[in-house]
Design a protein around this ligand. Structure first.
Ligand SMILES: *Cc1c(COP(=O)(O)O)cnc(C)c1O
Length: 397
């Protein structure tokens, strides 16, 4: 199985550094917790029984493998052969469930009974609440009050699943603030297990989440081999909030230089508008939520409030893996504005009959900025479905 050598694929050292990004910057009170998580993760990462249970749930409960779909009419529009990796068809509607399952299985092995999570658009909260219902564990989800208002259907889903949703009133009342509050709660309740929703946070989270999501690229390889007789596409395109769907889609291609890795970050109203979430283009090195990475901050070191039409990309940091891939030139970073993403969402809907999540629409919007040739094989990671975004779409269309 390809994932048995996962440690050698990610450009990460024993202390969780990707180049000079990453590491673990946590308050003293959480130090022992993070260490124990690290030990547990490494112990089970290659454990056959753990992986068997994980694989079985991905197959029977999530519905994996997710299809790799040749989007013919979209291909015609862009003048290249475009495949969509259909993470939108997963149970609960996005890639988040892959990581939620892996993390909760680890929590169970650690004997944890209380799960906490942060959420932006609500997809990670729903995925975590879902797996907690499945595993019979208590679940508390922290969510910015702004997001509680703009993602109401997901709030109702979490509550129906038995989770407690706590609206966070600080800052911009979005994802950053929800994460702050989850970390604060974790400090007071160190026996909780914190399920982080992206490749962010202190080591080992970025590596662990990337590894749980790596099933995406593992499947892409097999599916492309079946459809095209080759494992490697010319491009893989994914949107980045914290970077987990992109990390999963890139994972098994990181060491294949012939595969171009393209990340689409949310430009909001434009990268120079002051209303943006384009962290890689606009960020400077700093520390956020336990890791050294690129952060949007003014010279005094405060965090700039990010902005994107998409609640899942509205984050002022970026996972350390992506900071490293971008800085080293391994990935290409494209900024996609709100209106470009909306246009791409409508295009996919009208050409293929698929309504994408607003986050995924940023990846689709990036296709317009690539210089594609007719023979190019492009895989776009369609990270989620658009149901949760209907209110926003209706407002703008
Ligand atoms: C959460 C989310 C994202 C952004 O998170 P990443 O960790 O960057 O993948 C993207 N797409 C969808 C559908 C999401 O729910």
């Amino acid at each position: 199985m390809t994932d048995s050598n996962f440690k050698h694929i990610l450009p990460v050292d024993d202390n969780g550094y990707y180049g000079h990004f990453g590491g673990s910057y946590v308050p003293e009170i959480l130090h022992a917790n993070v260490e124990r998580l690290k030990e547990t993760f490494y112990r089970y990462a290659d454990d056959e029984e753990f992986n068997e249970e994980f694989r079985q749930l991905l197959h029977d409960y999530v519905g994996r493998p997710s299809p790799l779909y040749h989007a013919r009419r979209l291909s015609e529009h862009h003048g290249a052969k475009i495949y969509l990796k259909r993470e939108d068809l997963n149970h609960t509607g996005a890639h988040k469930i892959n990581n939620a399952i892996g993390s909760v299985l680890l929590a169970r092995r650690m004997g944890k009974k209380n799960i906490i999570a942060e959420t932006g658009a609500g997809q990670h909260g729903v995925a975590t609440a879902t797996v907690c219902a499945l595993a019979g564990l208590d679940c508390i989800v922290f969510m910015g009050a702004t997001d509680v208002a703009r993602q109401q259907p997901n709030v109702e889903r979490m509550r129906m699943l038995g989770a407690t949703v706590i609206p966070v009133q600080s800052g911009n009342k979005t994802l950053k603030d929800a994460t702050n509050e989850a970390i604060r709660h974790w400090c007071c309740h160190p026996d909780s297990f914190y399920v982080i929703g992206s490749t962010v946070g202190p080591h080992p989270y970025p590596e662990m989440v990337a590894r749980f999501q790596s099933v995406i690229s593992e499947e892409i390889k097999q599916q492309l081999m079946e459809k095209e007789g080759r494992e490697n596409p010319d491009y893989i395109v994914a949107c980045v909030g914290g970077g987990s769907n992109a990390a999963g889609a890139f994972y098994h291609f990181i060491d294949r230089p012939e595969v171009k890795l393209v990340v689409a970050e949310a430009a909001g109203l434009g990268i120079d508008s002051g209303m943006t979430a384009a962290t890689i283009k606009r960020g400077r090195e700093g520390i956020i939520h336990g890791a050294r990475t690129l952060v949007m901050q003014p010279p005094d070191g405060q965090i700039v409030e990010p902005y994107s039409i998409s609640a899942g990309l509205d984050y002022p940091g970026i996972g350390p893996l992506h900071a490293f891939l971008a800085e080293s030139g391994r990935s290409e970073v494209l900024a996609v504005t709100d209106s470009e993403a909306l246009k791409a969402a409508i295009r996919l809907t009208r050409t293929e009959g698929i309504i994408p999540a607003l986050e995924s629409a940023h990846a689709l919007g990036a296709l317009d900025q690539l210089d594609l040739k007719p023979d190019d094989i492009v895989v776009v990671n369609l990270s989620g479905r658009g149901d949760k975004d209907m209110a926003t779409y209706i407002q703008h269309i």
